[in-house]
Design a protein around this ligand. Structure first.
Ligand code: AMP
Ligand code: MG
Length: 397
């Protein structure tokens, strides 16, 4: 059986997304990473009044001639409103203070000499200079943040700058996480022979939280069909999506397959992805289900390449696809039958971003992923020579 390409699998996944429709209003302190559920229009102009961009003197530009003194008639500090500006005078003004009516320019303090209560201009100005007009940044009524936007720190400052204290967002998806495998134990513990520490869930739960989801870590599930069934029901009842790791190969002791089939439907895809390959997708008790590989590197790579876009789309985000950036290979590589996700460090070089590979690319080598800042994506069969362009997926998100 030929392997399914990652792009094809992704399109199938994305075509099956039901965008969730629960929304809520949250305070600005609690929306970073959430997806906006409505367009946001600015209720006010920003800045709300014309103001000075510099420390200096508000003037009428036409009154200013080099060496012709002007009397300073008032002082306007930020947060105060001055008197109307008198023609042929200067109003002392500080950055951010409202421009007095009648003045049309700011003569910066570096361009004057102060003599008692007069200034002597050493330069002229033109009308509008060093003034931030009302509404320069945002106009009242204009859309400043769009529905479907995943909120970033600057968006929160923008919302606050138009006077908002909360925003409407899609309720973050709850994602249940099950780690399957009799060999797994939670740290800290002493490993008995044959046991390993459960590590996958830490990377997956942290990735989910960073993406604005709510991970619901349901711990380890032993390799037992009945227990797996029970835990799946529990997961589906308490979350919007269920994700498990391990147990989806066709090994005799991989019970996830049977348990999901019994509670919904399941397709096991032999994906042309390395690391990765087996990925299960379906439904358990009416909730979307992902069965990620047990292998720690594979589980995170398949989560990022395939589950992340699905989840972001389901969350209501308009930009749900992972962005690929152009890099330059600092290595030679011959692609095999699968799309490869090489663990690399992406570093600025003189002609672009250079991709430096980790020496040991085995799928069991977690240190490769911890060292990496990016995944270089290499198409099946492609021969890459040092200096060739290679696209990469950033691991910093
Ligand atoms: P499986 O997909 O269950 O056959 O597991 C594949 C490999 O990944 C095996 O070597 C497992 O021991 C390992 N593995 C499975 N789950 C985890 C986990 N949660 N943390 C670390 N390694 C795991
Ligand atoms: Mg297993």
């Amino acid at each position: 059986m030929s392997l399914q390409t990652v792009d094809d699998a992704l399109e199938v996944l994305l075509s099956q997304v039901n965008v969730q429709n629960r929304t809520e209003r949250r305070p600005l302190s609690d929306v970073d990473g959430c997806v906006l559920s409505e367009d946001i229009a600015a209720p006010i102009n920003v800045p709300p009044f014309a103001n000075s961009a510099m420390d200096g003197y508000a003037v009428r530009a036409a009154d200013v001639r080099v060496d012709a003194p002007l009397k300073v008639t008032q002082i306007i500090a930020a947060g105060r409103e001055g008197e109307p500006h008198k023609p042929a005078t200067a109003s002392r003004i500080f950055t951010g203070a409202p421009l007095p009516s009648g003045a049309d320019a700011i003569l910066i303090q570096e361009d004057v000499e102060l003599h008692g209560d007069h200034i002597v201009p050493r330069a002229t100005v033109t009308a509008g200079e060093h003034i931030r007009p009302e509404g320069q940044d945002m106009r009242r009524g204009s859309t400043v943040l769009e529905k479907g936007r995943r909120l970033m720190p600057a968006d929160l400052a923008l919302a606050a700058s138009v006077g908002l204290s909360e925003l409407p967002v899609f309720t973050p998806l709850k994602i249940a996480l099950l780690s399957t495998g009799d060999e797994l134990v939670e740290p800290p513990a002493t490993l008995a022979p044959g046991q390993i520490f459960n590590s996958n869930r830490r990377a997956l739960a942290a990735s989910m939280a960073r993406l604005g989801f709510e991970p619901l870590d349901l711990g380890i599930v032993p390799d037992d069909e009945q227990i797996t069934q029970r835990r799946l029901l529990e997961a589906a009842n308490s979350a919007d999506v269920v994700i498990s790791t391990g147990g989806v190969s066709v090994g005799d002791r991989d019970f996830v397959k049977q348990a999901v089939e019994a509670s919904g439907r399941l397709a096991i895809w032999k994906l042309a992805i390395k690391p990765g390959k087996p990925l299960a997708f379906g439904e358990t008790h009416g909730k979307p289900f992902f069965g990620l590989p047990g292998n720690p590197v594979s589980s995170l790579v398949t989560f990022l390449a395939l589950a992340r876009p699905f989840l972001l789309k389901m969350q209501g985000a308009t930009q749900f696809r992972s962005e690929l950036w152009p890099g330059i290979a600092a290595f030679d590589f011959e692609g095999g039958s699968r799309q490869e996700y090489l663990r690399v460090q992406a570093k600025p070089g003189h002609d672009g971003i250079k991709l430096h590979p980790f020496a040991e690319q085995g799928s069991g080598v977690m240190s490769s992923l911890a060292w990496a800042t990016a995944l270089a994506v290499i198409e099946p069969g492609r021969v890459v020579r040092e200096g060739d362009r290679v696209d990469y997926l950033s691991l910093q998100f």
